[in-house]
Design a protein around this ligand. Structure first.
Ligand code: ZN
Ligand code: ZN
Length: 273
C-alpha cells in the first residue's frame, strides 16, 4: 500500500508541529510522499476561535511548503494543497490539489460547527432544531452535496463528519432511512463528478471514533458507483501521519476496493491498495 498522506495541518493553522517537523515525521513513518492541506481562511463569523489559517499567513505557508519540497527533494515528494472550506472565498493562488470540506451549517443566520465538541453540537441542535438531529443532518448533507461545485476540489474531505461524536448512536441512528437517504443523495450528487473520497482516520487519532469516515455503507455505495478513494489521517501532529492506515486499507478492501488514488507529479494515479 502506498504511504501517502495528503491531509495534514501545521502551526500555520491548528496543527501542533511545523512543516519541517511534519516532513521529518513522514520520513520516520516511511512515507514516500506528503501533502500539506492547511485550513483555508474563514471569516470570524464561522471561525471565532481562529482554527483556520489567517489570510495574511497564506504567502508564508506556500513559501514554507515549497522550501520543504526543495530541501527534501529526492527523499520525500511534497505537495502543496489546501483544505478548502465550503464557506471560504476561492483561493487566490494555484495549489497541487484541494480537499473540499464542510465544517458547519448556517441556521437562523448563525454558524453551527459540526466537529468542535459533542456539547457544542448538542447545544446547537437543541437551540436551533428543537433537538431534532435528523433536521440538522439534513442541512449538513445538503451542503456536503455542494462541496465539489463550491470548492472545485479533487478530494472530498471527511464525507460524514457529522458522525464524529455519534459512535455510540446517542445523537441519531445511522441506520435510520431519514439519515441514510439524505447522505446517499449527497453521495450520488458528488459521484457525478470526478472526485476522490478520502478515508479519513483523524477522529480515530483523537480518540472519538474506532472506525474511519466514511461509514462502510457509504464506501460500498462509492465502490458500486465506481468512485475512487484515498487514505489520509487529517493529521494535526507529526506522530499521527499514518495513524490507522492499515485499518483504513482493510476497511476499503472489505468494501470492495482494490486500488487507491495517489497524487504524483503527473496528477492522480491509481495504485494497488
Ligand atoms: Zn476538516
Ligand atoms: Zn483537516
Amino acid at each position: 500500500m502506498p504511504l501517502q498522506n495528503l491531509h495534514t495541518h501545521t502551526v500555520f493553522s491548528d496543527g501542533k508541529n511545523t512543516a519541517e517537523e511534519m516532513v521529518q515525521g513522514a520520513l520516520r513513518s516511511g512515507c514516500t510522499s506528503l501533502g500539506f492541506s492547511e485550513h483555508s481562511p474563514l471569516s470570524c463569523d464561522a471561525d471565532p476561535d481562529g482554527y483556520t489559517m489567517r489570510p495574511e499567513k497564506v504567502p508564508a505557508y506556500r513559501a514554507e511548503v515549497l522550501r520543504m519540497r526543495e530541501n527534501y527533494a529526492g527523499q520525500l515528494e511534497i505537495f502543496l494543497g489546501l483544505e478548502q472550506d465550503i464557506d471560504s472565498a476561492p483561493p487566490l493562488d494555484c495549489y497541487d490539489y484541494l480537499i473540499g470540506s464542510v465544517h458547519g451549517v448556517w441556521k437562523d443566520g448563525i454558524y453551527l460547527p459540526v466537529d468542535e465538541s459533542r456539547d457544542v453540537l448538542m447545544g446547537a441542535v437543541e437551540e436551533h432544531y428543537d433537538g431534532d438531529f435528523y433536521g440538522f443532518v439534513w442541512d449538513y448533507y445538503r451542503r456536503e452535496a455542494e462541496v465539489f461545485e463550491k470548492t472545485g476540489c479533487q478530494i472530498i474531505g471527511h464525507f460524514d463528519l457529522v458522525t464524529k461524536f455519534n459512535e455510540d448512536g446517542r445523537l441519531f441512528r445511522e441506520d435510520e432511512p431519514r439519515y441514510r437517504n439524505i447522505a446517499l443523495e449527497a453521495l450520488e450528487t458528488l459521484l457525478q463528478n470526478d472526485v476522490i473520497f478520502e478515508i479519513n482516520t483523524g477522529a480515530m487519532s483523537w480518540g472519538y471514533r474506532t472506525a474511519p469516515y466514511p461509514a462502510a455503507a457509504f464506501l460500498k455505495f462509492i465502490r458500486e458507483k465506481h468512485g475512487r478513494i484515498c487514505i489520509a489521517s487529517d493529521s494535526h501532529s507529526a506522530d499521527t501521519l499514518t495513524f490507522a492506515f492499515n485499518q483504513a486499507a482493510e476497511l476499503a478492501r472489505a468494501c470492495g476496493f482494490h486500488e487507491t488514488a495517489v497524487l504524483t507529479r503527473d496528477g492522480f494515479q491509481t495504485q494497488k491498495l
